[in-house]
Design a protein around this ligand. Structure first.
Ligand code: ZN
Length: 354
């Protein structure tokens, strides 16, 4: 039989594991009346309490990684319960705003309805990365619909599921939480666009100021699993191929299988690439989007979280790779259109200041 002290130590270990899973820094002060000190912003405590309410006792037995994934899926389901078709994103936007606010330095909604946020981590010496997903779905959710779960595959009882692109939104929110306690050094700009589904409207209108200083973009809005989209068809490259290959390599090194560079379709990625920003669009697990047969592979979706984490974890190599890409012979501009020459020049000038 466990002594009372052993039991409480065991319980304490579980509690600490839970705090790690919640991605919050805590400091334990052992004494006769042990204290747990939260090393976090006061604004996060409410969010933390709400997340803890969702934790089920049996999750605690499964360990930290499991709890983390379960919390992610809980939030994903919440995002799938808020309707918001193109042009009618205000409700989902305010939900995302509230969830993101405790984890960023600045947050705002631009005049077109895009939700923008920014945070600098550590000294901020590393890269500035744009993370993007779109808020709108192609149509509204059927009233009263339910999420049908068959193993790892989710679908809607009626109408579209809306994982395009709520799955991407969920991935970005998870990354925002994870970044705080990670080793990442640099700046992240979060862009949740509106009206992507009716012609990339929100992204096209986004003020160029917000893109100043962005070294690279990661978009999370691609169907299927394992695609690192590096161009729109054969007509518009999104990046230097070394940028795409970096994701392949990081995935391989992290033991995440199946990630490969490929051509893809239209997405906000096109807009960032037009601004001369190295960009990729990553698979996030949905299939048959825009139809009643839409499904989401939640394991694939969570796999995308892990890939973005692995990439950001390698921020030093990421910076090095971007510097190499920028040092590309100025005559070798095969990956950008002629209209982007001015921007390429600006980047080359920037390299000289390193
Ligand atoms: Zn989409």
């Amino acid at each position: 039989m466990l002594s009372e002290q052993c039991l409480s130590l065991f319980a304490l270990e579980k509690v600490m594991q839970l705090f790690h899973a919640l991605q919050v820094h805590v400091h334990f002060r052992p004494s006769r009346f042990p204290e747990v000190v939260f090393l976090t912003k006061r604004e996060r405590l409410l969010d933390l309490a709400e997340q803890m309410r969702n934790v089920q006792v049996e999750w605690l037995e499964q360990g930290e990684a499991y709890i983390r994934k379960m919390l992610f899926l809980y939030e994903l389901e919440e995002l799938l319960s808020v309707s918001g078709e193109s042009g009618n994103e205000h409700h989902i936007r305010s939900v995302v705003y509230e969830k993101l606010e405790p984890y960023v330095d600045h947050i705002t909604i631009d005049r077109y309805g895009n939700l923008l946020a920014q945070k600098t981590y550590k000294s901020g010496n590393g890269p500035t990365i744009l993370l993007n997903a779109h808020l709108d779905t192609v149509e509204s959710f059927a009233p009263g619909r339910t999420i049908v779960k068959q193993g790892a595959i989710w679908s809607s009882s009626e109408g579209i599921l809306g994982a395009d692109d709520r799955a991407g939104v969920a991935v970005l929110l998870e990354i925002a939480k994870w970044l705080e306690a990670s080793s990442f050094n640099g700046t992240v700009k979060f862009v949740f666009t509106v009206e992507e589904e009716c012609g990339l409207v929100g992204a096209s209108k986004l003020s160029e100021y917000f893109l100043w200083g962005v070294d690279a973009a990661i978009v999370v809005d691609r169907r299927g699993t394992g695609d690192i989209v590096t161009s729109c068809g054969t007509t518009q490259p999104f990046c230097d191929i070394r940028y795409g290959q970096f994701f392949e390599q990081v995935a391989y090194d992290a033991g995440l299988t199946g990630w490969k560079c490929t051509a893809g379709g239209s997405s906000d990625t096109r807009i960032w690439a037009q601004h001369g920003i190295q960009s990729v669009n990553l698979s996030v697990g949905y299939e048959c989007e825009h139809t009643d047969d839409e499904t989401l592979d939640i394991d694939a979706c969570y796999g995308t979280v892990r890939l973005v984490q692995a990439v950001l974890h390698q921020w030093r190599d990421f910076s090095r790779m971007l510097r190499d890409v920028r040092r590309v012979d100025r005559n070798d501009l095969s990956y950008v259109g002629r209209n982007d020459l001015r921007r390429v020049d600006r980047k080359v000038v920037k390299v000289e200041h390193f």
